[in-house]
Design a binder for this molecule. Sequence first.
Ligand SMILES: [Fe+2]
Length: 295
Amino acid sequence: MEEWTFVHVTDIHVGSPDSFRFAPAWNENWKTARSQIIAADPDFLLVGGDVARDGLLHRSELEQIKADLDSLPFPYHVIPGNMDIGNKYTDIAGPRRDDPSLNVTEKGLAQFESIFGPLWWSFDHKNIRFSGLSDIAINSGLPQEARLWRWVEDQNVRPHAARHVWLSHHAPFIDSPDEPNFNIAEPGQYHDWYFGIDEPGRGRLLESFKLTRANIVLSGHIHCRHKQKFDAIEYYKGPSTAFSQWGDRWPEGDDTLGFQRFDVSGSQIRQSFVPLTQFSSSTGYGPGGHPRPST
Ligand SMILES: [Fe+2]
């Protein structure tokens, strides 16, 4: 039986020394990950968003990482992250920043689409269906959200594939599919709010996972690896290659830098974690956090 491999890498955060802020370590870590992924010889690569450090602010960063990905010796399929197009929608400020000013915009989504192509896609490869979407449009009320749901409805009624892998940037949920929305204004809940998808869009997406017989859902954004299983669907929260985050959220969470490799044999999909072989300690410059587009 033929065995084959696909790789999920996310939150690579590749930046530019021309920017007002730059973390060369993240670029160097991507170089390391890139050669390790090439060595794994996958049929293709899934890229889970946050491809750039400041893609929303610097179109050139998106263009540069696209050229880099285009030169890989296998195809890749990408969805945007919040540093590429803007944050998930809110009309309430969090305890530490003016979150509504960082909301995803029609323009941010359109910019990413103009460089990388469709914001949602689905393809079949050797009897497995792979579907990815720009989940950040969910609950935004933007014109792209209406388009997104029309596409999702279309997926719901297609003939099923033998196996189905979905890809989002935000985690569909933090601890449980039926958890209530977290309160952005509550300091102890801010990160839980920030990393997941809110209702009502979450339930609609989860319903689509069921209707399309999803087996695996991959996400990024958190930068901490954590596997959960609900209703026969395996949810893999993925690690970053750039920097670690939220390693203390779950006892079994692991924020070691690296990527996830999936080896397929027949109907079996076997996941393994590939840590980076080296971690850059180069120092950079500029502020952290989320500068507004006007800064
Ligand atoms: Fe990220």
